[in-house]
Design a protein around this ligand. Structure first.
Ligand SMILES: [Zn+2]
Length: 387
């Protein structure tokens, strides 16, 4: 038996294995199986938590370590759900938590049950040590990140972010310190024409040909913005197209979906304007050119304020625990943080033991060493962070 305040590596690894063993693939998510199990696991270790139901089978878990003040809380957060195992055959059971060498396998091992487990275990350690932080430390485990950020939205709607002044997100960073991520704007363009029999195309207006002209201009588009220090340039990708009803009918409708990835300073409205400007240009060339654009989904870019002390502290915490020089970088994917921060410029750090290259892959794994380093990181960061 270990002394109560000691870091029990076996106990922390068993926590991660148990979390992988509870299936939270989304859809449908079913996070409540995991939140209830975690609440009981925490209670056995003297840590109170709250399961916050969102809808049937879906819930967030919130753990608060009370500090000396409550008005400027530090938030630790990560998501409970995972993507499904996928069609490709796995060599390891996706829910088995099997360990081979330094690799622990399973769906969510990297993205991101390891980050969440390490955060939870760090709270247990802090509690065992009787540590009282300067400010409240709130751990939020969210439902539904992989589909629509359901849990993060519910937490914001319930006023959960009111006192939060800084955040650490446990998404896979491969042990690096991530200080920015891109946002996204998913747009749908519709071009309209008029239908006619396929044998008499001159009597109709072909919506697919209109979309063709739209896409030609879009493919040649370049953004007139300065590259972001961490994220470089924004991107756009034309990823889906649909139009036409039959081989012998001139199509009167064509739709196309475009994935914009935005850098700080840009919003979905900027992406929308790119398309609207092209539509105006096409209307100049062809009066009556009928097209419209709508935003289907948007997530803001997130960036830690430049030179914020949280960045230096995160670097120091990684270097002490991992004994390696740390890489500071940005990433192209987005996270729950877009929803949680709601455009507020709070200090935010992304650090997790998972490898972002492993996310959503068959035979997903996490390095056990990086996982144990992450427990230490979250413990040390919570002890040293004051604001
Ligand atoms: Zn994730």
């Amino acid at each position: 038996m270990n002394p109560m305040n000691e870091f029990d590596a076996a106990e922390s690894i068993e926590l991660l294995q148990a979390m992988i063993g509870i299936n939270t693939t989304n859809p449908p998510g079913n996070e409540s199986g995991l939140t209830k199990w975690l609440a009981a696991w925490l209670k056995e270790r003297g840590v109170e938590s709250e399961v916050v139901e969102i809808e049937s089978g879906r819930s967030n878990l919130v753990v608060t370590l009370r500090g000396k003040t409550s008005d400027r809380a530090l938030l630790y957060t990560g998501h409970l759900d995972t993507v499904p195992p996928g069609q490709q055959q796995w060599l390891h059971d996706p829910f088995g938590g099997e360990i081979v060498g330094d690799h622990l396998y399973g769906r969510g091992a990297s993205d991101m049950k390891s980050g969440l487990a390490a955060m939870l275990y760090s709270l247990v350690l802090l509690k065992r040590q009787g540590f009282v932080p300067e400010q409240d430390l709130i751990l939020l485990a969210t439902a539904g990140e992989e589909v629509n950020c359901l849990g993060a939205r519910a937490f914001v709607a319930a006023g959960g972010m009111k006192n939060v002044a800084a955040a650490v997100v446990g998404e896979p960073s491969n042990g690096d310190v991530i200080v920015a991520h891109k946002g996204a704007a998913w747009l749908e363009i519709t071009t309209r024409g008029s239908t006619a029999h396929g044998s008499m195309p001159h009597l109709g207006v072909n919506a697919i040909l209109r979309m063709n002209r739209m896409i030609t201009k879009l493919a040649a588009f370049s953004f007139a913005v300065q590259p972001n220090k961490w994220l470089g340039m924004p991107t756009l990708s034309i990823n889906r197209i649909a139009g036409g009803v039959a081989t012998n009918v001139v199509p009167d409708l064509c739709t196309c979906q475009v994935d914009f990835r935005l850098i700080p300073g840009q919003t979905a409205a900027d992406a929308q304007k790119v398309i609207e400007d092209i539509i105006l240009a096409l209307q100049d060339e062809e009066p009556g050119f009928a097209a419209e654009v709508k935003v289907m989904h948007a997530c803001d870019p997130v960036e830690c304020p430049e030179d914020h002390p949280a960045i230096g502290l995160a670097q120091a915490c990684v270097e002490e625990n991992a004994q390696l020089p740390v890489v500071v970088r940005g990433v192209n994917f987005y996270t729950d943080a877009s929803v949680l921060l709601q455009g507020k410029k709070l200090p935010v750090i992304f650090y997790g033991p998972g490898d972002d290259a492993q996310a959503h892959q068959p035979d997903e794994y996490v390095s056990v060493k990086k996982y144990l380093d992450a427990v230490r990181f979250y413990e040390t960061f919570a002890k040293r962070y004051t604001m």
